[in-house]
Design a protein around this ligand. Structure first.
Ligand code: NAD
Ligand code: UFG
Length: 330
C-alpha cells in the first residue's frame, strides 16, 4: 500500500515509517517540521534502504494537502501530526484545538473526496481519565483534565460519526500508552526541544549529565512503591502495531489499546535504567504533578485477538535503546 503518514518525521511517526517500509509498503510523509528535524528523512532511508517522499506542509492547510492527494495514489492515511504537550495545551488551548482538530478534519475530507478508505488515528490512554485499571476499549471515557486530552476525545468522536455515515470508510483508533525507547540502530528516537516533560527523556538527559537529577513527582500514590505507574511500550513495538492495524483493518471503527498490559512504577523504571546501562540516576521526591493519575495500564487482549499483535520488547531493552539514542545524538 501507499501510505500517507502525517507527522512522519516525529518520534512515533518515524519509527512507523521504518516498519511500514520494512513490511513492503511505500511511504509519503507530510510534516511541517514544527517538532522534528529534516535529517530524520535520510535516517529512515539509511535504516531501510528504501526511497520515501517528503512534503513539508502544514496539514491544517487544505490546499497544500489537496495537492498531495491529487498527485499521488494513496491507499491509506496514518495521522500522527499534532501537538502533544499536556502542560502547553493548558497555556495555548486554541492552538491545540486548532492544530489537532482541523488537521484531522482536512484529512478526512480529502480521504472522502479521493476515496481513500483507510484511516489510522493516534489517540492516547489519556481518554480513559481516572477509570479503573486495566483500561479496556469499551469503557466509558471520563472527561480529560486538559485541552490536549479533549482534542483526542473530539477526534475520536469525529472519526466515529464520519465512519457511521460513510460505510466504506474504515478507521482504526489506536490508544497509545507510554512509548519510550528508540530504534536499535540509534539513528532515530525521541529528541524533545527544551527541558523534557516526559520521564524517559528526562532520565536519559540526567544520565548524560545535561540535567542534575530527576524529580520524581510524588511518592504517596496507592501503588507498589508510592510512585506513579505507567504502561511503557517500546516505540518499535508501537510502530509494528500500526502496520498490523492497517493490514487487518475492518470496516467501521476499530479501537485498540497499544500497550504491554504491564504497569511499571517511576522507581522501577529508574532502577531498570541503572541496571541496563550501569549508570546511576540521582533523584529526589517532590510534590505530585497536577493532573497526574496514580496508575495507567492497558488491557491488551483485543489487539492480540484481532490484530495478532502484541508488544515483545521488555523494559531493559527500552532503557538500552533510549540510552543508545541519547548517547549518539546530543
Ligand atoms: P512528535 O511531536 O514527535 O511528532 C508529531 C509530528 O507532527 C512532528 O514531526 C511535528 O512536526 C508534526 N506536526 C505537528 N503539527 C503539524 C501540522 N499541523 N502539520 C504537519 N505536521 C505537524 O510526537 P509523537 O510523540 O511522535 O506523537 C505522535 C502522535 O501520537 C501525536 O498525535 C500524539 O498526540 C500522539 N500520542 C503520543 C504519545 C507520546 O507519549 N509520545 C502518547 C499518546 C499519543
Ligand atoms: N514523572 C516524574 N518526573 C518527571 C516526569 C514524569 O516523576 O520528570 C512521572 C509522572 O509523574 C508519571 C510518570 O513519570 O507518573 C510518567 O510521566 P510522563 O510525563 O512520561 O507520561 P504521562 O503518563 O504523564 O503522559 C504520557 C504522554 C501523554 C499521553 C499519556 C498516555 O505525555 O501525552 O502518556 O498514557 F497522553
Amino acid at each position: 500500500m501507499n501510505i500517507l503518514v502525517t507527522g512522519g518525521t516525529g518520534y512515533i511517526g518515524s519509527h512507523t515509517c521504518v516498519e511500514l517500509l520494512n513490511s513492503g509498503h511505500s511511504v509519503i510523509i507530510a510534516d511541517n517540521l514544527s517538532n522534528s528535524r529534516i535529517e530524520v528523512i535520510s535516517r529512515i532511508k539509511q535504516i531501510t534502504g528504501r526511497q520515501i517522499f517528503f512534503y513539508q506542509v502544514d496539514v491544517t492547510d487544505e490546499e497544500a494537502v489537496n495537492s498531495i492527494f491529487s498527485s499521488n495514489r494513496i491507499d491509506g492515511v496514518i495521522h500522527f501530526a499534532g501537538y502533544k504537550s499536556v502542560t502547553e495545551s493548558v497555556i495555548k488551548p486554541l492552538e491545540y484545538y486548532f492544530n489537532n482538530i482541523v488537521s484531522t478534519m482536512v484529512l478526512i475530507k480529502l480521504c472522502l473526496n479521493y476515496k481513500v478508505n483507510k484511516f489510522v488515528f493516534s489517540s492516547s490512554a489519556t481518554v480513559y481519565g481516572e477509570n479503573k485499571v486495566p483500561f479496556v476499549e469499551d469503557m466509558e471515557l471520563l472527561p480529560p483534565k486538559n485541552p490536549y486530552g479533549h482534542t483526542k476525545v473530539i477526534n475520536e468522536k469525529i472519526l466515529t460519526d464520519v465512519a457511521k455515515a460513510n460505510p466504506d470508510f474504515s478507521v482504526a483508533i489506536l490508544r497509545y500508552f507510554n512509548p519510550i525507547g528508540a530504534h536499535e540502530s540509534g539513528l532515530i528516537g525521541e529528541s524533545p526541544i527544551g527541558i523534557p516533560n516526559n520521564l524517559m527523556p528526562y532520565i536519559t538527559q540526567v544520565a548524560k549529565g545535561k540535567l542534575d537529577k530527576l524529580k520524581i513527582y510524588g511518592n504517596d500514590y496507592p501503588t507498589i512503591d508510592g510512585t506513579g505507574v505507567r504502561d511503557y511500550i517500546h516505540v518499535v513495538d508501537l510502530a509494528k502495531g500500526h502496520v498490523a492495524a492497517l493490514e487487518k483493518l475492518k470496516k467501521g471503527v476499530n479501537i485498540y489499546n497499544l500497550g504491554t498490559g504491564k504497569g511499571t512504577s517511576v522507581l522501577q523504571l529508574v532502577h531498570a535504567f541503572e541496571e541496563a546501562n550501569h549508570i546511576k540516576i540521582p533523584y529526589e521526591f517532590v510534590a505530585r504533578r497536577p493532573g497526574d493519575i496514580a496508575e495507567c495500564y492497558a488491557d491488551v487482549s483485543r489487539a492480540k485477538r484481532e490484530l495478532g499483535w502484541s508488544a515483545e520488547r521488555d523494559i531493559i531493552q527500552m532503557c538500552k535503546d533510549a540510552w543508545r539514542f541519547e548517547k549518539n545524538n546530543s
